[in-house]
Design a protein around this ligand. Sequence first.
Ligand SMILES: [Zn+2]
Ligand SMILES: [Zn+2]
Length: 184
Amino acid sequence: MPQEVRGVVAHGKGKPVSLETIVVPDPGPGEAVVRVQACGVCHTDLHYREGGINDEFPFLLGHEAAGVVETVGEGVAEVAPGDFVILNWRAVDGTCRACRRGEPWYCFSTHNAERRMTLASGEELTPALGIGAFVEKTLVHAGQCTKVNPAVKPEVAGLLGCGVMAGIGARSTRAGSAAATRSP
Ligand SMILES: [Zn+2]
Ligand SMILES: [Zn+2]
């Protein structure tokens, strides 16, 4: 059964965000509902609100999060209810040319949940970076859930989903920009 939770929504360019009722559907095949325990505040969320990413308002903000898997859809084997996870932006398919070559960061076919979270009115939300985690529970592709040690505090683990990775990426691939422009 779809659940009603509370979440932070940006309705329009530069408008104040608001706390709203969000309807979270049951997870479809390959999807998971995650109870969010912590979510960082990242500049990218502000970019969404400012209309700097795209115009697909309303946005469900938040993308740097950790939580516990509550339910999973059909065919999900990688995570199970009760798993402590961090959320990543894009689930790689593991089978395309780039993934087979051991370079999943160039994956040609990444996944987000296909079912949509909505406002109480039924209006569909666009989750920030395919996550949307300023909300009590969020729907993601199960591949967006990465299991981590449950001994780590959620507010620390969540940062791995964005800030830490961006920093490590920038530092460890001096060629970060060169690599990104290299043809796959
Ligand atoms: Zn971020
Ligand atoms: Zn791939």
